[in-house]
Design a binder for this molecule. Sequence first.
Ligand SMILES: C[S@@+](CC[C@H](N)C(=O)[O-])C[C@H]1O[C@@H](n2cnc3c(N)ncnc32)[C@H](O)[C@@H]1O
Length: 132
Amino acid sequence: LKGDGSEIVLDLFCGTGTIGLTLARSAKHVYGYEVVPEAIADAQKNAQLNGISNATFVQGDLNKINETFGKEFPKPDIIISDPNRPGMHMKLIKWLLEVKAPRIVYVSCNPATCARDLDYLCHGVVCLLLLL
Ligand SMILES: C[S@@+](CC[C@H](N)C(=O)[O-])C[C@H]1O[C@@H](n2cnc3c(N)ncnc32)[C@H](O)[C@@H]1O
């Protein structure tokens, strides 16, 4: 992040908000999406406990997004995606290709689905892959 508080962060598969909340103090606003309602409640509680008011956490299934997805938040400057082992649904990959965020950070716990998703996402463009 630039660190000047100007950027919109989208935290996909945010769980309890760990990644988004870590970035929130340097961002304009963080929007987190996650399917498990209890995780969303914990993310909201974590934001509160840490005095963070520029984070919005929304419960939703990222495998079932429709044309309204993306209308409820500004165009993201940076997207973090940390899916579980099956990786991202093609609907979400298509949305990511359409929204054209300047930066996407893909965090993975499954090299196979990571490679598949990055192949779709990086097709024809330069892609930097860090394996840790
Ligand atoms: C690898 S964890 C990411 C954890 C999170 N980034 C964190 O730091 O706590 C993947 C998360 O994706 C969520 N998830 C799985 N399938 C999902 C779906 N279809 N839509 C939205 N979230 C989903 C899981 O509940 C889990 O919290």
